[in-house]
Design a protein around this ligand. Structure first.
Ligand code: ADE
Ligand code: ZN
Length: 359
């Protein structure tokens, strides 16, 4: 067994991946055909759409992201996206995904005539099918599109945070376990969202804001102090502040790190400059994830391969980091314990097999 096979066979969890950002070019074309919206795409040919997906820069990334969001029109579309997400999980041996989704964009920002009940129904149909057909578990993080929380003058508008919180609480029975904050951090700091995050935590939802991706340590500190973050989406730029690193280490707040996403979005120029191994070596709680896999031409197995091939991680380290994602998951305790004991058993067997094949 080589390292690629080992990584493939390792049962994995992923706790930072966006539903819309996980949509493949094939599905984008299918949705555009389904709704006679082919004029929204640069071409009707799959190969051209694949080319269009190749990462160029942040504005191009946003253009694709918004197009995908616009093409999702019906409850069946949400079910399809969830099913496709599960298919990718099964293909990579990802046993659990906590998927971030932005309901406000679909109910309020874009005018589709869809209510939250329609969306929750579609997501749930996909989730049930995912479990039945692939045996994988999905839970949701509903996130606030942070840029819609401010007017042009930079004044805070509570509407989108309040609606998102209502939706997340309503969705708890259908697998919503976390409350997030996504979008472009610049000009959209965490502090004004404190009230909604405090209510979310009171409703037993995890606080899982993005912070420290495009903004620096102040954003991460704000996420911890004002939003009581249970985990941080990205958080890599905490590396710029040694006191903050101590705080993250002391509290063992998990960081949802997305190396390839960070390179594509120019948070770092190259993997050689990426702080993942430093954060890990300093004793912070790190996990590895893909964020928006087809948009960055990333896979979760590929991210683990980077840890091995670029950062020199050994198999025991890969197992330790893979386990972290299960530990940090927001899934209810009973399922978490089952997933963890399956992980422990299978990872131990894999390590034994690897040892034998080396002899
Ligand atoms: N939504 C999807 N991808 C994102 C990212 N990398 N940062 C913030 N919000 C996002
Ligand atoms: Zn993200």
């Amino acid at each position: 067994m080589n390292i690629t096979e080992f990584i493939h066979n390792l049962p994995k969890a992923e706790i930072h991946v966006h539903l819309e950002g996980a949509t493949e070019p094939e599905t984008v074309l299918e949705l555009a055909q389904r709704h006679k919206m082919l004029d929204r795409l640069p071409s009707t040919q799959l190969e051209d759409i694949r080319q269009w997906f190749v990462f160029r820069d942040f504005p191009h990334f946003l253009e694709i992201y918004l197009t995908i969001q616009d093409l999702i029109r019906t409850p069946e579309d949400f079910a399809l996206l969830t099913y496709k997400c599960a298919e990718k999980m099964a293909a990579q041996n990802i046993r659990y995904r906590e998927v971030t989704f932005t309901p406000y964009t679909h109910t309020n920002y874009l005018d589709k005539g869809l209510g939250i009940k329609d969306i929750l129904g579609g997501l749930e149909a996909g989730r049930v099918q995912a479990r039945e057909e692939f045996g994988v578990e999905i839970r949701w993080v509903f996130d606030i599109p942070r840029n819609l929380g401010f007017d042009k003058a930079g004044n805070y508008k509570p509407e989108c945070a309040e609606r998102t919180l209502e939706y997340a609480i309503e969705g708890k029975e259908q697998g919503v376990v976390g409350f997030g904050l996504g979008g472009f951090e610049v000009g959209a700091p965490p502090e004004p969202f404190a009230h909604s995050f405090s209510e979310a935590r009171a409703a037993s939802l995890l606080s899982v804001p993005h912070a420290g991706e495009t903004e620096g340590p102040a954003s991460v500190r704000g996420a911890i102090e004002a939003l009581d973050a249970d985990r941080i989406g990205h958080g890599v730029r905490a590396i710029e502040d040694s006191e903050l690193l101590l705080l993250l280490k002391e509290r063992q707040i998990p960081l949802e790190i997305n190396p390839t996403s960070n390179i594509c979005l120019h948070v770092y120029r190259s993997l050689a400059e990426h702080p993942f191994p430093h954060l890990d070596r300093m004793g912070l709680f790190v996990t590895v994830n893909t964020d928006d896999p087809p948009l960055f031409n990333a896979t979760l197995n590929g991210e683990y391969e980077l840890l091995a091939n670029v950062f020199g991680y050994q198999v025991h380290d890969l197992v330790r980091i893979a386990r972290n994602a299960f530990v940090a998951a927001g899934v209810e305790d009973e399922v978490k314990q089952r997933l963890l004991s399956e992980f422990d058993k299978q990872s131990t067997e894999l390590l034994e097999q690897l040892e034998k094949s080396d002899q």
